[in-house]
Design a protein around this ligand. Structure first.
Ligand SMILES: NC(=O)c1ccc[n+]([C@@H]2O[C@H](COP(=O)([O-])OP(=O)(O)OC[C@H]3O[C@@H](n4cnc5c(N)ncnc54)[C@H](O)[C@@H]3O)[C@@H](O)[C@H]2O)c1
Length: 292
């Protein structure tokens, strides 16, 4: 098995910063890169705040927080990831963006380094073909928010070697997460089941069956979900939800996965959920207010 000491993360958004958080707490050295330098700064500030909350809840000591933060360094350039043993790509859910990243990243990495993608839905085999290391390429699909959610889906591409799989599994286990293995089908297991439910909730809103509040309350109290589907969509990011539905629709060629036009409209408006301040709820005031 390969030894992982330094982990590079590409994309410092919700997921990239969450992965940096748990990797640093588990003792790995972490380098955080994003195309936008502001996002790296913001990502590290978020990690700082979330670790402070863990300290105030007694889940972490102040010393552990300081030590973990000291293990995270910003990487202003992709070239800074050259010495990493494992690089996890957690950039925007857009295949062309991910392909461009791999084209720039592969030439600077050690030939033995493992490259992973945190994609929610895109074929790991197809992404592997955009790299120079399909044998050392794997899907490591974390859930959001990473420090809280216990599951990680591992997805082998057609060429992924066993050693890569075992190294990834050991890494994820050291983070304290439980793994499940999914075959390389569009959206894997969790999102294959979850996203059509969220999309259906958006159709329910679109067709006027219920308001945002009615739909979320119905699923919380009627199906015992901890969070309503529209609240969850805002939390995931509506751009990410739309991309996953498009991957399901294209990849499985079944009209049952047709993205709801209202979801498309919200994304076109730049209403991406919590991360942009507005989605099915408006988060700009003191309390979230339904937008429909
Ligand atoms: N949001 C979720 O619930 C969730 C859960 C599991 C997996 N994922 C997956 O994780 C990935 C990231 O999602 P997110 O929710 O963190 O999105 P996000 O929008 O919060 O962050 C994406 C980040 O990628 C950066 N980026 C864009 N192009 C880049 C490039 N060329 N190089 C480097 N960075 C670039 C953006 O600047 C941004 O900071 C996606 O593949 C998504 O499908 C998301």
């Amino acid at each position: 098995m390969s030894r992982i000491e330094t982990v590079g993360i590409v994309g410092a958004g919700q997921m990239g910063s969450g992965i940096a958080h748990v990797a640093a707490l588990a003792g790995y050295s972490v380098l955080l890169y994003d195309i936008s330098p502001d996002r790296i700064e913001k990502g590290i500030a978020t990690i700082n705040g979330n670790m402070a909350r863990q300290v105030s809840h007694g889940k972490l000591s102040e010393g552990e927080r300081q030590a973990a933060l000291a293990r995270i360094a910003p990487a202003p350039n992709l070239q800074d990831l050259a010495g990493c043993d494992l690089v996890i790509e957690a950039a925007t859910e857009d295949e062309s963006i991910k392909r461009k990243i791999f084209a720039q990243l592969c030439p600077v990495l050690n030939p033995e380094a493992i490259l992973a993608t945190n994609t929610s839905s895109i074929s790991v085999t197809r992404l592997a073909s955009a790299t120079d290391r399909a044998e050392r390429f794997i899907g490591i699909h974390f859930m959001n928010p990473v420090p809280v959610m216990k599951l990680v889906e591992l997805v082998r591409g057609i060429a992924t070697e066993n050693e890569t799989f075992e190294t990834a599994k050991e890494f994820v286990t050291r983070l304290g997460k439980t793994t499940t293995v999914s075959e390389d089908f569009p959206a894997f297991i969790v999102n294959r089941i979850l996203l059509p439910m969220i999309n259906e909730a958006i159709y329910t809103l679109y067709e006027g069956v219920g308001t945002v509040e009615a739909i979320d309350t119905a699923m919380k109290l009627g199906a015992n979900h901890p969070m309503g589907p529209l609240q969850l969509a805002d939390f995931i990011g509506l751009d990410t939800c739309l991309s996953i539905m498009q991957v399901l629709h294209d990849g499985l060629s079944d009209s049952k996965y047709r993205p709801c036009p209202l979801l498309v409209k919200y994304v076109e408006a730049g209403w991406l959920g919590r991360k942009s301040g507005r989605g099915f709820y408006d988060y700009r005031g003191e309390h979230p207010v339904p937008t429909r």
